[in-house]
Design a protein. Structure first.
Length: 134
């Protein structure tokens, strides 16, 4: 039987569930993120776990919300088990755009468009990768 971690990786198609970076394009193994951190009562069950690249994982930390940079209002972060990625985000070449308060807040808190993240995605695009291909 597959471990819970293997199940999370398979469900995510081995891509970060936040920025969509594929595991094969990274030098480090992606950690499994507790969407709601254990320190805040989050459980280690499939509905609270997401595959996350090291960059997104380090920036997310225990956060479940942040401030929308457009409205300065508190907004929840993207929840991979409850939210649909394309409802909250869009691609503009290698840049991830937030379509909603959830998307904008997640892009901001997780620093999804930090120069190194965009640079990595630009290199992948030049090699023929398409973000929704995995």
């Amino acid at each position: 039987m597959d471990s819970l971690w293997d199940q999370v990786r398979a469900r995510a198609a081995n891509c970060c569930e936040y920025c969509r970076l594929p595991q094969w394009a990274a030098e480090f193994t992606f950690p499994v993120d507790h969407i709601r951190a254990r320190q805040h009562g989050g459980t280690t069950e499939p509905d609270n776990l997401a595959l996350s690249c090291p960059h997104c994982n380090a920036h997310k930390g225990p956060n479940v919300a942040g401030f929308d940079p457009m409205t300065d209002s508190l907004a929840p972060l993207f929840h991979p088990r409850r939210d649909r990625w394309h409802d909250h985000f869009a691609w503009s070449a290698a840049t991830i755009l937030g379509r909603t308060a959830i998307g904008r807040t997640t892009v901001d808190v997780l620093a999804m468009n930090a120069p190194e993240a965009v640079g990595r995605r630009e290199a992948l695009l030049e090699e023929g990768w398409r973000p929704d291909d995995g």
